[in-house]
Design a protein around this ligand. Structure first.
Ligand SMILES: Cc1ncc(C[n+]2csc(CCOP(=O)(O)OP(=O)(O)O)c2C)c(N)n1
Ligand SMILES: [Mg+2]
Length: 283
């Protein structure tokens, strides 16, 4: 079903709000994985606001869908999304990465209601998704398992063992995303470990793969709504993204994988946010 203009507007506004949470938390705390989090914001906004079956008042409900942020360093995007979903008030973002906070530098399921899996060590999200998806199949449950990985993360060998397991076990309840921004921690993926043939590789492992613009909420929505793409096969969405999306000086800039905002950059970021925010405030 085509996405209505109102729904598209709603999702874009949610993505803006999440970006604002990410940027303000980095400024407030003095650092954070801004580039990585801004890269996957639109995907999380679409998933949590309009795709996943998830009741904030009853998150342990048996028929809920699951989300695993395999690239746990992108946690500011997840925290901002959970705040926008209504799991906690926005003030929680002020405690980011402080002692005893529910929202540390990598997500911890025992600390923040709404976080499904503790992650941070790359390469573990897809294996976790396999265990969860297989368990759901054994119980004849129809819940979906969404997992989001980075493109640099594809260098982890555990992902490929899981990719083979998922197709062998016909886990079509797994819908995976790769946030393909072309950068990782210390270089381009092209230079560090080339990821250009990801589509072909996953297809060879028995997956059905689609490639999209990872910042176009309409395209994200339409694509994820049509998953599983083939019955009996796990689905992969390769989302072409821009690391640091929405913060002009950080876009496609390796130095902003982890951002330590000085006063000057903080002021520019606030100005940019308020400029974009006018679109919503004028409604
Ligand atoms: C097993 C493991 N090795 C190394 C790291 C350190 N590390 C954190 S982020 C990162 C780069 C990830 O790049 P990518 O998957 O492309 O994510 P992006 O930040 O571009 O969204 C690395 C190597 C880690 N968290 N876990
Ligand atoms: Mg990357």
């Amino acid at each position: 079903m085509a996405l209505s203009k109102e729904k598209m507007n709603f999702l874009e506004k949610k993505a803006y709000n999440i970006r604002k949470h990410i940027i303000e938390a980095c400024i407030n705390h003095g650092d954070g994985h801004a580039g990585s989090s801004l890269s996957c914001t639109d995907i999380l906004a679409v998933l949590y606001m309009d795709i996943m079956k998830l009741d904030v008042d009853n998150p342990k409900s048996k028929d809920r869908d699951y989300f695993i942020l395999s690239a746990g360093h992108k946690c500011l995007a997840l925290y901002g999304t959970l705040v926008e979903k209504g799991f906690e008030s926005a003030s929680i973002m002020d405690t980011y990465n402080q002692l005893d906070t529910p929202i540390p530098g990598h997500p911890d399921r025992d600390k923040f209601r709404g976080v499904d899996f503790s992650t941070g060590s790359l390469g573990h999200g897809l294996p976790l998704a396999c265990g969860l998806a297989k368990g759901l199949k054994l119980r004849n449950q129809s819940n979906k398992v969404y997992v989001l990985m980075g493109d640099g993360e594809q260098g982890e060998g555990s992902i490929w063992e899981a990719a083979a397991y998922a197709s062998h076990n016909k886990l079509d309840n797994i819908i995976a995303f790769i946030d393909k921004n072309g950068l990782q921690i210390n270089g381009t993926t092209k230079d560090v470990l080339n990821t250009n043939s990801l589509k072909e590789r996953y297809e060879a492992f028995g997956w059905e793969v689609k490639e999209i613009n990872g910042h176009d909420v309409k395209e994200i929505h339409e694509t994820v709504s049509s998953a599983p793409f083939t019955q009996g096969k796990p689905s992969l969405i390769i989302a072409n993204t821009v690391k640091g999306k929405g913060l002009s000086f950080a876009e496609n800039n390796l130095s902003y994988h982890h951002w330590d905002p000085g006063e000057e950059e903080a002021n520019i970021a606030r100005e940019e946010l308020s400029k974009i925010g006018k679109r919503w405030h004028s409604e």
